[in-house]
Design a protein around this ligand. Structure first.
Ligand code: SF4
Length: 686
């Protein structure tokens, strides 16, 4: 795709897409990006890039990139000056605060923005809007991973780094289509498995590409993960494969855990999950005996009504087998967006401040108040799901959204649209109009990650430097500057006074000791550094929980009982829908749809097993209507035995198909993540 000759300048930065966080060299000619290559320094990607990172940068120059602020008048967008847009927003904010108070307004941040911008958006909510109604897109992807790891171990991040792949012997990949969603790590796993360097166990309802490299493939029924993992634990305990030494020294709650898993025999699990009992036993033996072992997981784990509890069980498995705190072991949630690990920890959370410390602790609030010179509101706020519900009830009146297409990404989209249309103020800060724009009154044009400086944190807790390649296009502005402008117009300039993103980062370092040792200079000299790196002259702590857990000397096992999804198949809705992503597009597709990747994959598809397709008279490429109790859409069928009989799979990238009209509103009890992976549906050929 290199066009117009050879670049005359190269700048090192980070891929804007997935949580692998590949380092890239971006080539420019005459101030325009014309090429991307894997960075020569690439610690994470070691010279590799996938089809997204390598080619999918064309959105930067897309014709429909919004380069001026806009206000909607009588249903039409009108370009305005920055001053006019910011004054409009601040007047509306003041009006909402005066009439309804700070509970009626909120902030939602996506993970396309830098750590510094995430931190400032969260600070803006607390200092300028006086509310803890602030949340991030992590709510709908990996909040259960962060919550689960935090609850049991004390730190809500991956326990090891990708480097441990070279030291492990067994890898479980569960609920992750890793070769499409985290391709560079997926390729590494494929290579290790095909060279016989690791044993690979894949657990997924779909026969994904990585499943073809597995030594053991457990193709479970959607939503039955708790039963399967309990049966693996049952085998490990009944066959005495536990790590007694590790259990005695570092784990509490074993007897209680043992009692709960007692009933989850592999034979019982076979009835519920559809996976043969012997295969479950084989997987359990391999994970517990061929050590060290690692577990990687994706949204197939978290996007369930028991998402957080499934994460608990993965941690339980690592604890009873001693697969933690050592090289080649560990728990690796594969974060979706490039900076979702950073987003989750920069304070954009209704109950946690920067560093994921509880807001409820007055000591924590006091620490922030000293630096911010402003009071931190005490009352916990609403999360993203609760904000939409509050808007539906008419209680939330204003919402500021940084880089997230809420209308498109929310399940039960009809309900989400009704909620958004109730708002008095909806500010969208983004590069493009999207489905949420239909309900917004103000659009503030943000710069892409190629047009600014800052840091991103990848899925292995590695903080990496984002470097400016080109100047902001048109009148677009980096999000950190937009926050400063908004704060200034609310009369709060003195609390948001930064010259550079580095100033913001240095404030973060003071407030969060785990990154105190990470300076911009050090990042530039050493490449990425995982946190914690609390000291300037010491190396980062790559492996967490080596001698003790963040939570204390011992971690407590959390037993989990199975709760079936309320989405039962019936005569009316006889199939189960899973949603997910394709190799060529990223999440809601707002960036990759504006690149040549659209030529390869130009619309969403619905995978249907040949048996179901035959009985419904559906052929490859036919248009079908897919409907649930919540809504319907029309989508093209792709006949594939990647999905088992009675299960269908749809991608989520295109607004024309918008499969979230169909997805159920059921949510996880602990983290409130929606259950995107189980909805009862029916299909008709059109
Ligand atoms: Fe790497 Fe992910 Fe970007 Fe692909 S999308 S190049 S795997 S960071």
């Amino acid at each position: 795709i290199a066009i117009n000759g050879w670049p005359n300048n190269w700048v090192n930065t980070i891929c804007p897409y997935c949580g692998v966080g590949c380092q890239i060299d971006v080539g420019t000619k005459n101030g325009k990006i014309i090429d991307i290559r894997p960075s020569k320094k690439s610690i994470v990607n070691k010279g590799n890039l996938c089809v997204k990172g390598r080619y999918a940068w064309g959105y930067v120059y897309s014709e429909d990139r919004v380069l001026n602020p806009m206000i909607k008048e009588n249903g039409e967008w009108k370009e305005v000056s920055w001053d006019e847009a910011i004054t409009y927003v601040s007047q509306k904010i003041n009006d909402i605060l005066k009439r309804y108070g700070p509970k009626a307004i909120g902030v939602l941040v996506g993970a396309r923005i830098t750590n510094e911008e995430e931190y400032l958006a969260a600070k803006f909510a607390r200092v300028a809007l006086k509310t803890n109604n602030v949340d991030s897109c992590a709510r709908v992807c990996h909040e259960p991973s962060a919550q689960g790891l935090e609850d049991i171990l004390g730190t809500g991040g991956a326990t090891n780094t990708f480097e441990d792949l070279d030291k492990t012997k067994t890898v479980i990949v569960i609920g992750s289509n890793i070769t499409e969603n985290h391709p560079v790590i997926g390729v590494r796993l494929k290579r290790l498995a095909s060279e016989g360097k690791i044993k690979l166990i894949v657990i997924d309802p779909r026969k994904t590409e990585i499943a073809q490299y597995a030594d053991i493939f457990l193709q479970l029924k959607p939503g039955t993960d708790v039963v399967l993992l309990n049966a693996i634990a049952n085998t490990i305990i009944s066959e005495d494969l536990i790590d007694k030494d590790f259990l005695n020294k570092r784990v509490d709650g074993f007897e209680e855990f043992k009692q709960v898993v007692y009933n989850y025999t592999p034979e019982f699990a076979e009835q519920i999950t559809g996976v043969k009992a012997d295969l479950i036993r084989e997987a359990a033996r391999l994970y517990a005996s061929n050590k060290p072992s690692m577990i990687f997981w994706g949204l197939g784990v978290t996007e369930h009504i028991q998402g957080t509890e499934i994460v608990y069980l993965l941690i339980d498995l690592a604890l009873i087998t001693g697969n933690l705190g050592k090289e080649g072991t560990g728990l690796m949630p594969l974060r979706g967006k490039n900076n979702v690990q950073g987003t989750a920890i920069m304070g954009a959370h209704p109950k946690k401040l920067l560093g994921a410390v509880p807001l409820s602790d007055p000591q924590n609030r006091f620490r922030f108040e000293k630096i911010w010179r402003q009071k931190v509101p005490e009352e916990p706020g609403l999360d993203a799901i609760e904000m939409v519900e509050a808007a539906l009830r008419g209680e939330l009146k204003g919402l500021i959204v940084f880089g997230e297409d809420l209308a498109m990404s929310h399940p039960f989209r009809k309900m989400a649209e009704e909620a958004l249309s109730n708002l008095d103020l909806l500010v969208l800060i983004d590069m493009f109009h999207n489905e949420t724009s239909k309900f917004a009154n103000v659009f503030l044009p943000a710069s892409s990650s190629f047009e600014k400086e800052g840091t991103f944190t990848n899925a292995e807790r590695r903080i990496q430097k984002v470097n400016k390649v080109i100047d902001p296009l048109g009148n677009s502005m980096p999000d950190w500057k937009i926050v400063m402008k908004l704060a200034e117009s609310l009369g709060l300039k003195e609390y948001f006074n930064y010259d550079t993103p580095e100033d913001v980062w240095n404030e973060i370092r003071i407030l969060w000791s785990s990154v105190y040792g990470i300076t911009y200079e050090r990042l530039e000299n050493q490449g990425g550094l995982p946190y914690p790196t609390p000291e300037l002259d010491k190396e980062p702590i790559k492996i967490l929980h080596k001698d003790k857990f963040t939570i204390g000397e011992k971690a407590r096992l959390k037993p989990v009982m199975f709760i079936p999804s309320p989405e039962n198949v019936t005569q009316e809705y006889p199939l189960i829908l899973i949603t997910g992503r394709s190799l060529y597009h990223f999440n809601m597709g707002s960036m990759t749809r504006r690149t040549p990747n659209k030529v390869i994959f130009g619309e969403d598809i619905l995978e249907i097993n040949p048996i179901n397709a035959n009985s419904l008279g559906i052929k490859d490429g036919d248009l079908v209507k897919i409907a649930s109790k919540y809504g319907s859409t029309i989508i093209k069928a792709r006949i594939s035995d990647r999905v088992p009989k009675n299960v269908v799979f749809a991608t989520v990238h295109f607004p024309e198909q918008s499969i979230n009209y169909v997805v159920s509103p059921n949510i996880d009890r602990i983290s409130h993540i929606p259950e995107y992976k189980v909805t009862a549906v029916r299909i008709e050929k059109l």
